[in-house]
Design a protein. Structure first.
Length: 194
């Protein structure tokens, strides 16, 4: 092994460690301060210079997408799985519960979920696909007679925003969140008369 090979491996290891520290610091900062946490504060928290942060993640959107990529793509997977459910209503409930679990697990999730990424970003494209699938899911639940005719995607977003507020102030977050979501789902469900 040459000295250059050794140096190259050391530099790659340093770059990986810096990336890991940046991602860890970003995740904590986003959790505490939301998606608009200052990039300089994230760099300081990671113990790197802002130039190092921007070399690795040129934009805030790049950093958000990297930190939350598994969760954001999981949302698209969840709504497609819901759409494949034989019961559109149960699929909708499962999808909403998936989103609510993400909110409960990571306080920054809602801010990132609602964040306006550039239209040409992979996150925006994934979000657009998930939005189409959600619209189809809502239509299917209406056709099955389980969902109110006036319900739409805005009601789902309202539910998630309300749940975010509950999670911020709740004494027992999981229990209070579950109660809120159950009440709001009851309000969206069409009561069938027999």
């Amino acid at each position: 092994m040459t000295e250059n090979d050794e140096l190259g491996r050391t530099l790659r290891s340093d770059a990986e460690r810096n990336r890991d520290r940046i991602v860890s610091a970003a995740r904590a900062a986003f959790r505490e301060q939301g998606a608009d946490a200052p990039m300089k504060a994230i760099a300081n928290r990671a113990g790197v210079g802002t130039a190092t942060l921007y070399r690795r993640f040129p934009t805030r959107e790049d950093l958000l997408a990297y930190v939350f990529s598994d969760r954001l793509t999981g949302c698209e997977d969840s709504v497609h799985a819901a759409l494949a459910n034989a019961s559109p209503w149960q699929g909708l409930v499962d999808h909403i519960n998936h989103l609510v679990r993400l909110q409960l697990e990571d306080r920054a999730f809602t801010a990132v979920f609602l964040y306006e990424f550039p239209p040409d970003s992979p996150v925006s494209r994934s979000r657009a696909e998930a939005g189409k699938a959600l619209h189809q899911l809502l239509d299917a639940a209406k056709t099955a007679g389980d969902l109110r005719e006036d319900a739409d995607e805005n009601d789902i977003m309202l539910l998630l925003k309300a749940n975010d507020g509950v999670l911020r102030w709740a004494v027992e977050p999981a229990a209070e969140s579950a109660r809120l979501v159950a009440r709001l789902l009851d309000a969206l469900r069409l009561t069938k008369t027999h």
